[in-house]
Design a protein around this ligand. Structure first.
Ligand code: ADP
Length: 205
């Protein structure tokens, strides 16, 4: 079992943002979290990755029960096991593509940066400042940065919003293909109807 989520609720000032959710995710399983904007998808990703604490209920990743861990232990768990692809890419504009990938490498399970650059077709742009890259190129750098530590779980929050059909397909294909190579589970949040067909397991919010 990768994740076990038991009766989690998340409230802010008595406003319910997530109400009573229980589900499991198996090793290597991909999950699409689908629903309209504002339904709580990002909040759920933040709960699963330990960035937020549920108001009640519990979350376990493998044998680690979050409520039994302190913040440093959760940070370490996240750093060793999870990779993130955000809608806003959070790349460092004044570093080049290769440096953006290298800087994320924690050297423990790290993949070879050169190989990753080859696989993702980034060789031609590796020395370009990220601020000068197209959005599609930047997105590939962000995917490489996420994968560099071979995460067991890749969280992707709205990875295709703002992309046209062909780029949305390219990005989701790329993430799925790379997840397969690193045997990572992929947890994707989206309101994007176009992505649904790529996933057999969908959690409707
Ligand atoms: P989604 O990712 O599906 O668009 P979010 O998880 O970002 O949804 O947000 C769900 C709802 O919770 C939204 O209405 C948002 O405004 C609200 N929300 C999220 N975090 C907070 C917070 N810290 N304080 C108040 N409201 C919040």
């Amino acid at each position: 079992m990768l994740f076990e989520i038991k009766n989690i609720k998340y409230e802010v000032n008595d406003t319910k943002i997530i109400s009573e959710k229980s589900f499991k995710i198996n090793d290597g399983q991909h999950l699409l979290i689908h629903g309209p904007s504002g339904c709580g998808k990002t909040t759920l990703i933040n709960l699963l990755s330990g960035l937020l604490k549920p108001t009640s209920g519990d979350i376990a990743f493998e044998n680690y029960i979050y409520s039994e861990l302190n913040e440093v232990e959760i940070d370490n768990l996240r750093f060793s096991n999870f990779g993130f692809i955000f809608q806003k890419l959070h790349l460092i504009g004044h570093l080049n593509a290769k440096q953006n990938i290298q800087i994320a490498s924690n050297n423990k399970n790290s993949l070879n940066v050169e190989n990753l650059i080859q696989t993702l077709g980034l060789k031609a742009i590796e020395n370009k400042m990220v601020k000068n890259l197209s959005f599609g190129e930047s997105q590939r750098v962000a995917v490489a940065r996420c994968l560099v530590n071979s995460p067991k779980v890749i969280f992707a929050d709205e990875p295709t919003s703002g992309l046209d059909d062909s780029n949305a397909k390219i990005v989701i294909d790329l993430i799925l293909k790379q997840a397969k190579k690193t045997e990572s589970s992929l947890i994707v949040s989206t309101h994007d109807q176009r992505i649904k067909n790529f996933f057999s397991d969908v959690l409707e919010m």
